[in-house]
Design a protein around this ligand. Structure first.
Ligand code: NAG
Ligand code: NAG
Ligand code: NAG
Ligand code: NAG
Ligand code: NAG
Length: 428
């Protein structure tokens, strides 16, 4: 055997062993001649049992191949009244049709045991599928509690429940989803996404169970949804712009967050974010912008309008001096200009003069009302060199949740204007 073909055989064996763990639906061209009437493909026609116990992963992948190879708009149907058990699975495109629909009328459940996250970072992932429509009715149960114990203390030891990567034109409607091991939905490297009617639920003390994490996405509209989980309801991360969040009920949870941006000295950008008509109830934070002090880049053109706080612990926050205390890697940079920690040369001092930090500017808070569970309704902790610029507070009227208490604002290095706001930096 020639060296090159031996290498090929080994590569194939490696790929097959990987598939054994994390089943992926690849697209083989022109290998199906089945029934495409009405454009609906039922997973049960491909051997899916739907008793909640039998492993239906292979059946889903066979059905997926057909849908993805279909010439016309096609729909993969998970019928009502059935519960399909899926192991970690990947639906991969590109597909032939410009639009493919997942119709989840029945329920989906995860296997209820843990797996190697290095091989399968998500329970259900969708990759490179344009025009994907996911419509609900049924419930997804990620059975995350098996992952939440102390054995999986690190974020990176637990999978995302549903991940969409490179899915332009994605539409997600009416999905009910419980108990993700980590974030419930991940959106990355995609354009033109619209999501509504979500209901994401996990215990308030479950670890890092964000609702939706967004990174590197342009044009996302999330509306009329309820997110009640253990961490951020929605986190908007680097590379994201033109993000609208409207009509969201969030709580319990950590609120709506831009960031954290600039971790490990990264260049990070977020802009054009509009959060409107949302209620944040019993959240540890309300609306937050959080950046690492040794990062670079910017967060700008962000507005929060018509927000109702109910007993939120820190209703309005900008934290521009964020870092993880207590981690060995991140302790050093406070004290010296340059730390060489093994292979990591990335920590910098952020005291006067070194010009690092993520710029925060053009942020508007309009018509923010309701109650704060803490005395600090507003916390702007901006960096002494960079500051936060063009911060506008217009009609910010938050009262204490405790009778007879007054709330205040804590403002450092923030510049802007304050209109008709009982709570603002001008009161200091
Ligand atoms: C798509 O639908 C059209 C009209 O119904 C039909 O003529 C065509 O053959 C279909 N294409 C495929 C690939 O099934
Ligand atoms: C956005 O996605 C929708 C649905 O897939 C599609 O109809 C529309 O043309 C897309 N718009 C842009 C500007 O790409
Ligand atoms: C607030 O959320 C916590 C969990 O984070 C929960 O235990 C508590 O019951 C909630 N309180 C209210 C009033 O909803
Ligand atoms: C966000 O809302 C603004 C204002 O209503 C609108 O002009 C824009 O098109 C929206 N963007 C998305 C991605 O939905
Ligand atoms: C605000 O959001 C709620 C919840 O989705 C919705 O019922 C209501 O109609 C929205 N109000 C406006 C003015 O958009």
């Amino acid at each position: 055997m020639k060296k090159s073909s031996l290498f090929f055989v080994l590569l194939c064996l490696f790929q097959i062993s990987k598939l054994g763990f994390c089943l992926a639906g690849s697209v083989h061209k022109d290998n199906y001649n089945g029934d495409k009437r009405h454009g609906i493909i039922r997973v049960t026609s491909f051997g899916a049992v739907g008793d909640g116990k039998t492993d239906d992963t292979q059946a889903f992948l066979k059905a997926w191949e057909v849908v993805c190879n279909g010439g016309n708009d096609t729909t993969l149907l998970m019928p009502l009244g059935k519960t399909f058990m899926l192991k970690p699975i990947k639906f991969a495109g590109p597909c032939k049709s410009s639009s493919v629909t997942f119709l989840i009328r029945g329920n989906l459940v995860a296997p209820g045991y843990t797996w190697d996250v290095g091989i399968c970072p998500a329970w259900i992932s969708f990759g490179s599928i344009n025009g994907l429509v996911v419509k609900g009715g049924g419930t997804l149960d990620s059975r995350g509690s098996v992952w939440w114990g102390s054995g999986n203390a690190q974020d990176t030891d637990r999978p995302t429940a549903m991940h969409f990567n490179s899915c332009n034109g994605l539409r997600v409607y009416n999905i009910q989803h419980l108990d993700s091991p980590r974030n419930h939905i991940g959106l990355s490297s995609s354009k033109n996404i619209s999501i509504s009617g979500l209901k994401l639920t996990a215990p308030g003390d479950s670890p890092n169970t964000d609702g939706i994490d967004i990174s590197n996405c342009i044009g996302v509209d999330i509306r009329d949804s309820v997110i009640s989980t253990g961490d951020d309801c929605i986190a908007i991360n680097s590379g994201s712009s033109f993000i609208n969040i409207t009509g969201l009920f969030c709580g319990p949870g950590h609120g709506i967050s831009v960031g954290s941006l600039g971790k490990d000295g990264e260049f990070a950008t977020v802009e054009e974010v509009r959060v409107k008509n949302c209620t944040l109830s019993n959240t540890t934070n309300g609306v937050r912008i959080k950046t690492y002090q040794n990062g670079l880049g910017y967060a700008r053109k962000i507005s929060f309008e018509d927000i109702n706080m109910v007993d939120s612990k820190n209703p309005i926050i900008i934290e521009q001096n964020y870092y993880n205390r207590g981690k060995l890697e991140e302790v050093g940079f406070e004290y010296s200009n340059y730390q060489n920690l093994g292979s990591k040369n990335r920590f910098y001092q952020t005291e006067s003069g070194n010009a690092r930090g993520v710029k925060v500017s053009d942020v508007r808070y309009s018509r923010i009302s309701g109650s704060s569970a803490s005395d600090n309704a507003v916390t702007f902790n901006c960096n002494a060199d960079l500051g936060c610029d063009d911060i506008v507070m217009d009609d910010v009227n938050i009262v204490s949740a405790k009778a007879g208490q007054v709330v205040s604002a804590s403002c450092n290095n923030v510049h802007g204007s304050y209109l008709n706001s009982p709570v603002s930096c001008i009161n200091k």
